[in-house]
Design a protein around this ligand. Structure first.
Ligand code: HEM
Length: 162
């Protein structure tokens, strides 16, 4: 009888000290943090400072284009694209200052298709992703955009974390 009581007390103690939830809960796999760039953050990577990496964004995805210094560095032909989200310029193959913007309003269907292929075949294939513009990660009111998905970039060991 004493043994039965002892067993009962042990079972009760275990139930009290180790609630079932605690035993069965498994930690969720942590999602890798991504770096958010404001326009000012991005501007400081405009290729003009010797020794500093060069970044640009296309479709809100920030790429480290430092290895394309001959295109984007100081005095290089596409330096105007560096340090900003230059989506429209890339879509139109234009260096016109008014096209140096993230805003794709008014682009023709062929320009949007061209943008997608340059995004995929040049930028994603050649340069590592280092983050995303605030516009891509947040809604206009500053709340997190629940539909945000980091880009898949299988050729690189992910650099879009901070
Ligand atoms: C006379 C006009 C142009 C010529 C002859 C020209 C020529 C070239 C050449 C030879 C490349 C090199 C490709 C390589 O080595 O991988 C290139 C790349 C490129 N061009 Fe142009 N281009 C011109 C105008 C433009 C304009 C106006 C833009 C505006 C956005 C532009 C955007 C680019 C981009 C984004 C790349 C890819 C650079 C990279 O690989 O990071 N090009 N262009």
């Amino acid at each position: 009888m004493a043994a039965l009581w002892k067993a009962l007390v042990l079972v009760l103690l275990e139930a009290l000290l180790c609630p079932a939830d605690e035993v069965t809960l498994k930690p969720k796999p942590a999602r890798k943090p991504v770096r958010l760039f404001t326009d000012d953050d991005l501007r400081s990577y405009n290729g003009l400072k010797e020794g500093k990496p060069i970044y640009l964004a296309v479709k809100g995805v920030v790429f480290d284009v430092t290895k394309g210094k001959e295109f984007y560095g100081r005095g290089a032909p596409y330096n105007a694209l560096a340090g900003k989200d230059c989506t429209k310029a890339v879509a139109k193959m234009s260096l016109d200052p008014e096209d140096l913007t993230h805003d794709t309003t008014g682009l023709a269907e062929e320009e949007l298709q061209s943008l997608d292929s340059i995004f995929k075949d040049t930028y994603k294939a050649k340069y590592p992703i280092v983050g995303y513009t605030a516009r891509r990660i947040l809604n206009e009111d500053g709340s997190p955009n629940k539909h945000f998905q980091p880009e898949d970039q299988p050729n690189f060991s992910i650099k879009d974390e901070f």
